[in-house]
Design a binder for this molecule. Sequence first.
Ligand code: UD1
Ligand code: CA
Length: 455
Amino acid sequence: MSLDIVILAAGQGTRMRSALPKVLHPVAGKPMLGHVIDTARQLKPQGIHVVIGHGAEKVREQLAADDLNFVLQAEQLGTGHAVAQALPALSAERVLILYGDVPLIEAATLERLLEQVNDQQLGLLTVNLQDPTGYGRIVRDAQGTVQAIVEHKDASEAQRLIREGNTGILAVPGKRLADWLGRLSNSNAQGEYYLTDVIAMAVADGLVVATEQAQDELEVLGANDRIQLSQLERHYQYRAARRLMVQGVTLLDPARFDLRGEVSVGRDVTIDVNVILEGQVLIEDGVQIGANCVIKDSMLRAGAIVKANSHLEGAEVGEGADCGPFARLRPGSVLGAKAHVGNFVELKNAVLGAGAKAGHLSYLGDAEIGARTNIGAGTITCNYDGANKFRTVMGEDVFIGSNSALVAPVTLGDGATTGAGSVVTSDVPANTLAVGRAKQRNIDGWKRPLKIKRD
Ligand code: UD1
Ligand code: CA
C-alpha cells in the first residue's frame, strides 16, 4: 500500500532559548529533523511532506532535497491544523505523521505501526510512562478498546491517572483524513486544532484504533529543551556504541564514545575512551585507536594504530601504519603500509610511501614522499610563498636531516640526503648529500661578555 509521510516541524521551541529553530538542533552532529527525514526515507514513501513555520527559511535552506516537499504553516494553530496544510499534496493510501523534534524513532517500530493500517483500521503509537504529565492520554473502554485521546490540559482527574501516553505518531487511511481534519474544532483548553481528536472521530465512524508500543520512552521523546536534547544525544550514542560492540569492537567505555556520522568496522577493533568519529569513517580489522582521538572522514586500514590525542580529517592510515600520539593528519594525508608518523607532526595533502617515517615535530604539506624515506625532527616543507602552493617530491630511501627547510617546488631523488639545518632551495639528485647552511667557524680564545657594574 502506498504511503505519504507528514513531518510536523513548525513549532517554535521557546524552551531551547535559541536563535536556531528547534528542529535544527543537532543530535549526533545532525539536525533532529535530518534524523527524522532519514528514517522516513527508509520506509520508501511516495512523498515526504515537511510542515515548517518558525524559522521556515533556515530549515528549508539546511535540509532541502529533491525528495522533500516543504509546506508552510504560517500560523501554528495546532497539530491538526499543521497536518491539514499538507492535505493538498497527499494522495497515498496510508498517511504517517512524524515529528521533527522526535529524532530517535526507529524505522522498525514505524513498520510495525504501518502494518496496522487499512480501510477499517488506523495505527497509533503509544508509550507507557512513569510520569505522563503533559502527554495526551489514551482512553480505553472496559474491553480495552481505544475510544479517544484526551490532552493533559483537557483531562479529568481520573483521566490524568492513565499512564498510557500518546506519542503523537499515528498512521491513518489516507482517504479519511481530509474529512476528519475538516471537522476538527478548537474549542478546548488550548484553543488549538488537535490532531488527537481524529481518534474519537475514527471510532465514531466505526474504525478500529490499533496500538503499537514504542520500545522505550527515549525512542519517542521529543526535545523541548537542552536537557532533553542531551538525553537524546546520550541515548543515541549508547545505541551506536552497542551496535559497534555487537559487530566485534571493544569500546573501553561505551559511555565515552561519540559517533557523529557513519562508521563501518571490521573485527577486533579496539577504541579507547573519548574517541569521536565524524562523517564517514572506515575502520578495518585489528585497528587500535587510543584515547581522545577525533577522526573525521578517514580510512584506517587493517592493523593501523592511531595513538592518543590524534586528530585526523580526510586521511588514510595504511595497513599496519601508525600515527601519534598528538599527530594531525589533515585532508589528503595518506600513510602507506607500515608508515610511521610520530608526535607533533602535521600532514596536509601529503603521501608517505610504505615504511616512510616522520617521527617528530614536522610539517609536511603538498608532499610526495617515497618508500622508506626518513624525515628528521623539525623538518618543514615550505609549500606556500604567500600566494601559491608548490609541491615537494622525495624519492625512496631519502634521509632528511633534522630541522631541514625544503623550499618547494623541489625534488629530491632516490637515496638523497640533506644535512641537518639545511635550507634546500634547489633539486637534489639521487644519492647525493645536500648541505645548505652556513659553515661552522670556531673562534679561538673568544671571551664571554662580563656584566657591566652600575652604581
Ligand atoms: C502533542 C499531542 C499529545 C502528545 C504529545 C507527545 C496533540 C494535540 N497533542 O502534544 O497528545 O502526547 O504531542 O509529545 O497533538 N506543531 C506544528 N504546528 C502546530 C503545532 C504543533 O508543527 O501548529 C508541531 C510542533 O513543532 C511539535 C509537534 O507538532 O513538533 C507537537 O506539538 P506540541 O505543541 O508540542 O504538542 P504537545 O502539546 O506536546
Ligand atoms: Ca511537545
